[in-house]
Design a protein around this ligand. Structure first.
Ligand code: GLC
Length: 754
């Protein structure tokens, strides 16, 4: 790594400003004079979209492996598999001359209709953070960079370039930043990409608190902050905020504006130097990785198939799966021939090959006779003849397999879905086929949760295939015939109706603002708190075998924050086929000073088990597993008290729990102030000690003023009084007080703050 500060010292102001803006759509500005090479970046996140011409913003790209998208891989709950996917992505980036891969995307799934949800992991920040760490580690372990995106609070496509996300501090920290915090602090992505939108009134590209105070100072991010493409509006303001690299380029007027701002003293050259320093660090880090070695496309295709099979979720199965011995199978749906394996927009990959589900099924279904019919049109029209043809095929077969893909005109980057439904023709098709052939299986390809109330009762089984990547057709065949046992678990809730969802009344926003009124209650946090029934809960997924859990054990019944605890559970495969189980650990705060979700995911592990095999799964819980972000203290706080550790096979299938007693060692400053109420003084142990002697006087004074029942103020009066600010209460004693109430209060405050 060359001496960066020495290079900066030799750079002209013009060269510094030029380095902070792209030279082309996908490259940074080289400085030949100083041997500074260009950096080549490319989308991501589930494949390398290397455009042939760096100046081109077109979607077309060189061939690369299209892996399953994040919505799918999140359902694998398999950290090591994500790491292996990352290593393969890096090998392809190296082959294609790419230094930084623009992913992973880890925005929270605030609403199931976000058109870009297929590119994001989960509604749960812990799961998203853990999987992002694995993917980043995998990619960067091979000397290729990543770009953690989109920072931050980018949770809808509707007006994505201008919308102002209004979110309170606690929700921001606990839900919308914590996956980024985990990934930055534990995996140090080479770059972080700022989002288009505004956060509490300020564009993310100009948000100093996000980009510098939180990301760079609090989380100690060492890499560079890159804009989303065209997300910069004021280059000088963005540099001041900590936005190091504007993309795409070229933007000569922007470069000139930076030069003039420094010359006129509007921008400190030191701020520009800091951006230059961060960019040079990544440029030279990337240059240490030789590019051009070819990648093994066949091996990556096989890996993509394995990942897809582990990511698909068996949502419903009355026993029809795995298919056994069916002699005549009706395959219905265009997605059986034209695999629906990725989404629209910037993540669109040019695959090295694509497996058609029906062809892969033919290879595995023994001598079964397999018929095909289109089932539904490519557009949103209704074509009854297609349904009639499908019904006839289903009646003539022993099993009907419906391959249903949610069309791109319903979901993509750039727009949100208007509902949770399949097309009306697809719904009619499924209902008609199910009526004719009860032995039917619905195989779905979609990027996010679907409502199924119109048709699911008639389906014998439902397999969620997601946007499964180029090898997904083979994965579906593996799962249908039982060559692979399903192990996927939902990383997002499937609600019954759109109107049941947390953000329903706060989407898409109005007058350019969207209020995150549901606060921390997104996904299962909301449905649990509201006791709202759902179609399929977070963490749900069936297997061809069954698993038994022992009672959970903890390393300590009582522990202090610095110690953490280890949760252990013995899991047994009680069926007759090998399988994988995802053990999920949720934490419930039995008594918090703030409203908290009934449970939150804080640990998980995936375990392979042969029939009758038992393994002990051990999952550590640290301080943050018990903490919430206290908006008044401005920090993470875990309060002394009891917590329940819930161990389950899904958020709704808790197999055992154990109560532990947590001792906080934190000494938090008192929050009491001159207008704190009597109740607040009594709730703070230091406050209670301070006003103890006064309290008896209150009782007397209250009796005098309110004439209670002779036994001091009655409960109704006390409720009224407890919520009075202490100075107002003291005023009731008027002249009886030796000094003014404010003086007494100041004395008390000094005492508790001492
Ligand atoms: C797009 C996306 C971002 C992508 C970038 C480059 O608008 O929001 O995820 O990496 O532009 O294509």
């Amino acid at each position: 790594m060359p001496q960066i500060d020495a290079i900066i010292a030799q750079m002209t102001l013009q060269e510094k400003a030029a380095l902070c803006t792209g030279a082309t759509a996908w490259t940074t500005t080289p400085i030949e004079r100083l041997d500074v090479p260009e950096l080549f970046v490319a989308d991501g996140p589930h494949g390398v979209r290397r455009v042939p011409d760096a100046a081109s913003m077109a979607i077309g790209a060189l061939p690369a492996t299209c892996f399953p998208t994040a919505a799918a891989t999140a359902c694998s709950w398999n950290r090591s598999l994500l790491s292996r996917m990352g290593q393969a992505l890096a090998a392809e980036a190296i082959a294609l001359g790419v230094d930084v891969l623009l992913g992973p995307g880890i925005n929270m799934k605030r609403l199931p209709t976000c058109g870009r949800n297929f590119e994001y992991f989960s509604e749960d920040p812990y799961l998203a953070g853990e999987l992002a760490i694995s993917l980043i580690d995998g990619i960067q372990s091979r000397g290729v960079g990543t770009s953690l995106k989109h920072f931050a609070v980018n949770n809808q496509e509707e007006q994505r370039m201008t919308i102002d996300a209004q979110v309170d501090e606690r929700t921001l920290r606990e839900i919308y930043l914590s996956a980024f915090e985990a990934a930055v602090t534990k995996a140090q992505p080479w770059t972080v990409m700022c989002s288009y939108n505004r956060v509490n009134g300020v564009y993310a590209s100009e948000h100093r608190r996000l980009l510098t105070e939180i990301l760079k100072e609090e989380w100690r991010f060492e890499g560079l902050v890159v804009s989303d493409w065209t997300a910069v509006h004021d280059r000088v303001a963005a540099l001041r905020a900590g936005l190091d690299l504007e993309m795409p380029g070229p933007r000569p007027r922007r470069v000139q504006a930076v030069v003039e701002a420094v010359q006129q003293g509007e921008l400190a050259e030191a701020a520009l130097d800091e951006a230059v320093r961060r960019i040079l660090r990544i440029v030279f880090q990337a240059a240490e990785t030789p590019k051009g070695a070819p990648f093994d496309a066949a091996a990556h295709h096989a890996l993509a198939r394995q990942i897809a099979a582990e990511s698909m979720v068996l949502l419903k199965n009355d026993g029809i799966l795995p298919l056994a011995g069916a002699a005549r199978i009706a395959v219905i749906g265009r997605a059986a021939r034209e695999a629906h394996f990725q989404g629209g927009g910037s993540s669109h990959i040019n695959p090295t090959q694509v497996d058609a589900p029906i062809e892969e099924l033919r290879k595995l279904a023994g001598g079964a006779e397999i018929s095909y019919c289109e089932g539904y049109p490519a557009d949103d029209s209704s074509q009854p003849d297609l349904i009639a043809e499908a019904v006839a095929a289903a009646e003539a077969a022993e099993v009907a397999l419906l391959f249903i893909a949610l069309p791109t005109f319903k979901e993509s980057e750039g727009y949100d879905r208007s509902d949770l439904d399949l097309t009306s023709h697809q719904i009619a098709l499924i209902r008609a086929v199910a009526a004719a052939q009860p032995r039917n299986v619905v195989i779905l390809n979609n990027g996010s949760a679907l409502a199924m109330g119109d048709w699911i009762d008639g389906a014998a089984a439902v397999l969620e295939g997601w946007m499964m990547g180029q090898a997904g057709g083979g994965a579906i065949a593996d799962l249908l015939v039982g060559a692979v046992n399903p192990s996927g678990k939902l990383a997002e809730t499937f609600p019954l109706r759109l109107a049941d969802t947390p953000a329903y009344l706060n989407y898409p926003g109005e007058a350019g603002q969207v209020r995150y009124g549901e606060g921390i209650f997104i996904g299962y946090r909301y449905y649990d708190a509201r006791q709202q029934p759902v179609l399929f809960p977070f963490g749900h997924g069936l297997s061809y075998t069954t698993f038994a859990y022992s009672a959970p054990r903890v390393s300590k019944q009582t522990f202090r924050d610095a110690e953490g605890i280890l949760v252990e559970v013995d899991v047994t495969n009680t069926g007759d086929v090998a399988g994988q189980e995802v053990v999920q650990v949720y934490v419930h705060d039995c008594a918090a000073s703030v409203l908290r979700p009934p449970k939150e995911l804080k640990g998980f592990a995936k375990v392979d088990l042969q029939p009758t095999e038992t393994k002990t799964v051990a999952i550590p819980l640290d301080f943050r597993a018990f903490a919430f972000f206290h908006p008044d203290h401005g920090r993470w706080v875990a309060e002394t008290g009891d917590f329940d550790i819930l161990v389950g096979a899904s958020s709704a299938d808790i197999r055992g729990s154990v109560r532990v007693s947590y001792q906080s060692t934190a000494v938090l400053p008192s929050l009491l102030d001159r207008m704190s109420t009597l109740r607040q003084w009594l709730d703070d142990p230091r406050g209670q000690a301070a006003i103890g002697p006064l309290y008896a006087q209150f009782q007397t004074a209250l009796q005098t003023v309110f004439g209670g029942d002779g036994e001091g103020a009655g409960p109704d009066i006390m409720h009224f009084v407890l919520d009075m600010p202490l100075p107002d209460l003291l005023e009731f004693q008027g002249d009886a007080l030796p000094v003014a109430p404010a003086t007494i209060i100041d004395g008390l405050l000094q005492q508790v703050r001492g």
